[in-house]
Design a protein around this ligand. Sequence first.
Ligand code: PMP
Length: 344
Amino acid sequence: MELNDVLRLVRKNIQNLAPYSTARDEYKGALGVFLDANENPFENRYNRYPDPRQLELKGIISGLKGVPVENMFLGNGSDEAIDLCYRVFCTPGKDNAVAIAPSYGMYRVAADINDVEFREVQLGADYSLPVKELLQACDENTKLMFICSPNNPTGNSFPVDEMVGLINSFNGVVVVDEAYIDFAAQPSLLTLLQEHKNLIVLQTLSKAYGLAGLRLGLAFADAEIMSIFAKVKYPYNINLAGMERAKELLARDVEAEIELLKNERLRVSEALEGFACVQKVYPSDANFLLVMVNDARGLYEALINKQVIVRDRSRVKGCEGTLRITIGKPEENDKMLAVVKEWK
Ligand code: PMP
């Protein structure tokens, strides 16, 4: 799609929106007597409002991801970016969004909150991408298509050429959620942003980067789309304490942690496959395993009794009989494995 065609998908009221302008948008100098924002002048490190454009932290993330700052949005978790996709592109009560199922639950919750019809398309055999069915589910009011790759909770990635096929065929915005991409064998779609203006890639610092508590989610897209997100978001959506901690913690090397978790994923997967109650361990490109077991609810409760908490997905359509187990530290995984080994 051409950029202009994508911009035409933006809700009329958002196209016409005059955003709130902060006091610091008007004067950019660092030095001065700041009597413009009704702050308390006595220094305590946090008495001033933070940078609404988050340029310093975005600069660091730009270095990590190889994407220019103007192609980036920083949100209060990627959940904020998911919500903004609806608020920017979908007129409540009129437009709809299409998504794969089973997948991450917030796509539906955010659609419901925004009064946007949500159309789910079940994955195919072996959790394959239902390309044809996704396109068939669209009509002239379909503005968004959510694809999660690697997918939560199934763990698999979808073939890049199939996702590109959807981006080329769909006359709306394709949101590819790459929350787990750092654990995947296949590359990110970030390199496709330049040539595909209707692509938004979501990532997060909550998973591989280990900063879930700071709530820092990322969206990447064409600079014009990102400037619309910046217009719609709360002016100071990212707080200064979070940005400072992120800056410190992003300086550490997470590669060793990711490698260890990927090795543990293989070890845990092989161990589970040998246990009597395990029917199937699904292949995973993420930091969790979807496991089909005998009496999933019973095993879930047996694990809780030993203070091992996993996610029961057995009542999710398409995931019947499964638990979703996050890969932890080796000793944590061993504690989980010991319970599953003894289960009937
Ligand atoms: N996308 C997917 C696929 C997820 O699994 C999650 C978290 N479970 C998120 C997004 C949200 O992440 P964040 O912490 O950045 O809001």
